[in-house]
Design a protein around this ligand. Structure first.
Ligand code: THU
Length: 134
């Protein structure tokens, strides 16, 4: 699979879903709303928003709710991912969420970032993953 396999139309659709999710964020402490959306390998679109907590460290990133929706709607793996800030612009997923996404990536997960479309290997090179446990 190559970068070209995810069309501009798909990226636009994912960005739209991420912006919609961002509008449902609960971010009263940071004031920084985040939305994320991804295409699954079987063609579903899953999304999520950040959900903060008065105990700041308990905050759920948008990617956490996206992964939860991935499983709640049937599981599978992720093919293309986008994360947006409150202005709907691409946002780099935080380090913890890169690890979270790595676990659920398909054969080649592509991520739309401020630096352009990157592979999972590019955003988290040499990652620790499930295979390291065997
Ligand atoms: N945030 C995410 O939801 N995902 C990221 O990848 C980066 C950070 C959220 C967590 C917190 O609610 C807010 O952005 C500010 O850090």
């Amino acid at each position: 699979m190559r970068l070209i396999d995810v069309t501009e139309e798909t990226w636009a659709r994912l960005t739209e879903a991420a912006v919609e999710a961002m509008g449902r964020a609960y971010a009263p402490y940071s004031g920084f709303s985040v939305g994320a959306a991804a295409l699954t390998d079987d063609g579903r679109v899953v999304s999520g928003c950040n959900v903060e907590n008065a105990a700041y460290g308990v905050t759920l990133c948008a990617e956490c709710s996206l992964v939860s929706e991935l499983f709640a709607t049937g599981g599978g793996t992720l093919r293309a991912f986008v994360c947006v800030n409150g202005d709907g612009e691409p946002l780099a997923p935080c380090g913890r969420c890169r690890q979270l996404l790595f676990e659920h990536k398909g054969p080649e997960l592509l991520l739309a970032t401020p630096a352009g479309v990157l592979t999972m290997e590019q955003v988290l090179p040499g990652a620790f993953g499930p295979e390291d446990l065997s």
